[in-house]
Unconditional design. Structure first.
Length: 556
């Protein structure tokens, strides 16, 4: 079904408006998420130095080399900040809004290329834009997973255009886009599986077309067999991961044994926990995906673009064990299947009033379901930032403390808590320990941006090829770089003034210690641990700054 062009543009404009409103950061005065402050820190270094000191090898752009990280977002945020004359924090907010709009428009265009139906394309664009987890990862965050999600529909659009026109330029652009997605986040590498599915779709289409003519006498039995084969393959591939944990690089049993409603390792419980997880991240209409998949298989997709979508779903089933990554990367595919379940099929010839009543009832049901989805997404959009402190915005009090540190402190700031360290480093641009923010990295590009390590002296070794999986961060590790995590712990485990602690303080040029008052005698390294250094430093040095939740101590 096609709407008049003006109607389509108006409805698409409404979708874009909803996309922007959903991402307006009500109640948040600053950027959100621990990964955001880490990327903010890299961007600060890039702007200040006019070079990315963590790029030691071409693989560094993809985060696969020693002391590196996927580097597209620091370059994008730095460019937006310098071009627009705005702080990096403002660039993060603006970039998230732009990517979300790109995602909505590309979802519409890709769906329109897959099916000549404006209703389908508009529903997909709306549901994709308001996916709760996608909204969370594009609302004032530098966490790059959401930006990869926004570009997934573009990959499908380019491949569908190549499928229709056979213009090799679309395929070339798609390959370059996949490479760029890999530089945004390692999740972008999953787009290679879309290319694999595309490679299978063409020969499968030719084979099924031949079978269609050969088995024309058995049209109905063949439809049942093909539908049953598709659904059985879907379930079998998932069940295989239960029988063989870690087959896809991540253990699906450990990922879904604990859910919001149930706990266990049986197949029904794992499926239920997975669906509940996907509902919370993709949307309340997620169960309709099964209906859409059945319908897609039942209709016996006759065109190559329909087979491409079906093969993509089957190829990506092994990724269901990647709990967070799969819910984001496959949001577009899930939403397309949901929309297929919502779009009405043709009606048989009959009395006009019956047809109209059926159409009105179907349209009313679809509108009600879309309204429920919007309401659910509104409720869930702040769920993670309110539930998990690592996903929340920078507190105003910590922001103010960091401004004082920027104006009055110097050298490296030592923090007893990793998340605060990441926020201090982002706001001040000063070196801080521990490196890596809340995750407390062993090795991190911040060792280069903070000047702790000379990149020209770094030597590396390649890890075993058999140990590489999707969970692997790098394929090259440094061999002559101190483990910053061990140095950080050695400070707090020792006494204030003791040689081991003083030696590390001098190496990292530490002069100030930041303390979170809720744990004023402890430091965090995965768990909270007692520290004689913190207790003695507060007894023997003077306090440079004090607030209700934080204090800053001058160590000398």
């Amino acid at each position: 079904m096609r709407f008049p062009r003006r109607v389509t543009y108006c409805l698409l404009g409404a979708v874009v408006l909803v996309t922007i409103l959903f991402r307006y950061p009500l109640g948040s005065g600053h950027e959100m998420g621990s990964d955001t402050t880490f990327i903010h820190s890299l961007t600060d270094s890039l702007i200040a130095r006019a070079s990315a000191v963590w790029i030691l090898n071409p693989l560094s752009y993809f985060g696969l080399y020693a002391l590196s990280y996927p580097s597209a977002m620091p370059f994008i945020l730095g460019s937006v900040s310098l071009t627009g004359g705005i702080p990096v924090e403002g660039a993060i907010l603006l970039t998230g809004a732009v990517f979300s709009i790109v995602g909505a428009l590309s979802a519409f265009a890709a769906s329109r290329a897959a099916r000549d139906d404006d209703r389908l394309a508009l529903i997909v664009a709306l549901l994709f834009s308001i996916g709760p987890f996608y909204v969370k990862d594009t609302t004032w965050v530098g966490s790059s997973r959401g930006f990869v999600t926004a570009l997934v529909p573009v990959v499908f659009l380019l491949l569908l255009r190549h499928l229709r026109t056979r213009d090799v330029r679309y395929l070339a652009i798609c390959i370059m886009l996949v490479a760029m997605m890999g530089t945004i986040h390692r999740m972008g590498m999953l787009a290679l599986l879309v290319l694999v599915a595309y490679g299978f779709a063409v020969p499968i289409h030719r084979l099924t077309q031949r079978l269609r003519f050969v088995l024309v006498r058995y049209e109905s039995p063949f439809r049942y067999v093909s539908t049953a084969a598709s659904i059985t393959g879907f379930l079998a591939l998932f069940y295989l991961q239960v029988l063989l944990p870690d087959i896809a690089g991540s253990d699906i049993v450990s990922q879904y044994r604990q859910g919001a409603l149930f706990e266990g390792t049986s197949f029904p419980i794992l499926v239920t926990n997975m669906m509940v997880s996907l509902v919370g991240k993709v949307g309340i209409l997620m169960p309709l995906m099964i209906v859409g998949l059945v319908r897609l298989a039942w209709d016996r997709p006759k065109e190559d673009r329909d087979k491409f979508l079906l093969v993509t779903v089957l190829v990506m089933i092994p990724l269901l064990s990647l709990r967070d990554y799969i819910s984001e990367f496959m949001t577009y595919v899930f939403v397309v299947l949901i929309a297929l379940a919502l779009i009405s099929r043709g009606y048989r010839v009959g009395p006009a009033y019956r047809v109209n009543r059926r159409k009105a009832a179907a349209a009313g049901l679809v509108v009600a379901l879309l309204g429920a989805s919007i309401g659910f997404s509104l409720v869930m959009k702040n769920y993670w930032s309110e539930r998990y402190y690592t996903d929340g915005p920078i507190p105003n009090e910590l922001y103010g403390t960091s401004v004082y540190i920027l104006r009055q402190a110097g050298g490296t700031v030592l923090s007893n808590e990793g998340l605060s360290q990441g926020r201090i480093a982002a706001i001040t641009g000063l070196p801080a320990l521990p490196i890596g923010g809340a995750s407390i990295h062993w090795y991190s590009p911040q060792q280069l941006t903070f000047g702790f390590v000379d990149g020209g002296l770094v030597t590396v070794r390649q890890i075993s090829l058999w140990s590489i999986s999707f969970q692997t961060d790098t394929i090259f590790e440094p061999t002559n770089v101190p483990i910053a995590k061990d140095d950080y712990e050695s400070i707090f485990y020792n006494h204030f003034g003791a040689f081991p602690a003083d030696r590390v303080l001098q190496r990292y040029d530490v002069h100030f210690m930041f303390v979170e008052k809720a744990h004023e005698s402890e430091f965090q390294s995965y768990i909270w641990r007692g520290s004689p250094f913190i207790v003695e430093a507060q007894e023997q040095t003077y306090k440079a700054f004090d607030s209700s939740s934080y204090s800053l101590w001058y160590l000398g």
